[in-house]
Design a protein. Structure first.
Length: 277
């Protein structure tokens, strides 16, 4: 049986008893970074007097997906108790675990997703901005024109937008928003559920000045209020095709725009006869 198991995003006490029970029985762990997961297991074993000791570890991340699935034996997911965990939080949300879900579906393998911590939903609940609908963008492109387009796209959204950001780029993100929409309401939270959790809420212009004097260390989640006026000019297939980003990211964007399968679009993007080239 395959389990997708959420891990704490900061506070160890947020992990559920059911998650601990399954971890304590598991034979195999598939994870994004085995070093991070082994460290978490050591902490859990010590804190809860457990004996989590899987016989095998496998790493699955965005850079080794093809190699992983070419070598991994599907029968292991049937014959063993297998757990997939992300580095922190809910599996498959801005996380490579989604490819394992697809693999299980394609091979008729039973799986279960357990409920647990998620930084995006925590930020949504804490923001006081989201009433109902919102758009989750995960991490934006790091630099250049791709990032500029992503920020503009976020500001054009009719719904509040949720973004993950690193401490290195959080200030530049808010500065970019302030240049375009200085009065835009923004909520930002860092180190959620941890000892030094901090929340900030103001318009973009004021928030820039606040963050310039703040300790920016830690992982951030940002909620940007939706636009009352939605731009009439929409992003086209051609706009996305011109972006200098990896094929997998481009496939995800094209999938959202066209409704076609991410996998099918990726195959077309990487084909010599690609209609996207």
């Amino acid at each position: 049986m395959l389990y997708f198991l959420p891990t704490p995003i900061g506070n160890l006490d947020d992990i559920s008893k059911r998650c601990l029970d399954i971890l304590n029985l598991c034979d195999i762990i598939i994870c994004e970074d085995s070093r991070v997961t082994k460290s978490l297991i050591n902490l859990l074993n010590t804190k809860y007097n457990l004996n989590i000791n899987p016989s095998e570890f496998y790493s699955l991340h965005t850079h080794n997906e093809n190699e992983f699935f070419a070598k991994f034996e599907a029968r292991k997911l049937v014959e063993n108790i297998v757990v997939y965990v992300s580095d922190a939080g809910m599996p498959c949300i801005s996380d490579p675990g989604v490819s394992l879900v697809e693999f299980a579906q394609q091979n008729g393998i039973n799986y279960e997703v357990l409920s647990g911590a998620n930084a995006a939903l925590l930020a949504v609940a804490a923001s006081g901005i989201v009433q109902k609908e919102f758009t989750f963008l995960g991490f934006l492109p790091n630099t250049g024109r791709d990032r500029e387009l992503a920020v503009q796209n976020a500001l054009n959204s009719a719904y509040p937008v949720v973004i993950y950001e690193s401490p290195k780029r959080i200030l530049s993100l808010i500065e970019s928003v302030a240049k375009i929409a200085p009065t835009k309401e923004i909520f930002a939270i860092k180190e959620a559920t941890k000892k030094f959790e901090a929340k900030f809420k103001d318009n973009a212009k004021n928030l820039v000045n606040i963050l310039k004097n703040a300790n920016l260390k830690g992982e951030w989640c940002v909620v940007i209020a939706g636009s009352s006026v939605v731009a009439h000019e929409s992003i086209t297939i051609s706009d996305i095709d011109e972006l200098n980003i990896p094929p997998k990211q481009k496939a995800k964007l094209l999938s959202k725009l066209t409704g076609k399968s991410v996998k099918d679009i990726y195959a077309q993007l990487t084909s010599k006869d690609s209609i996207w080239n």
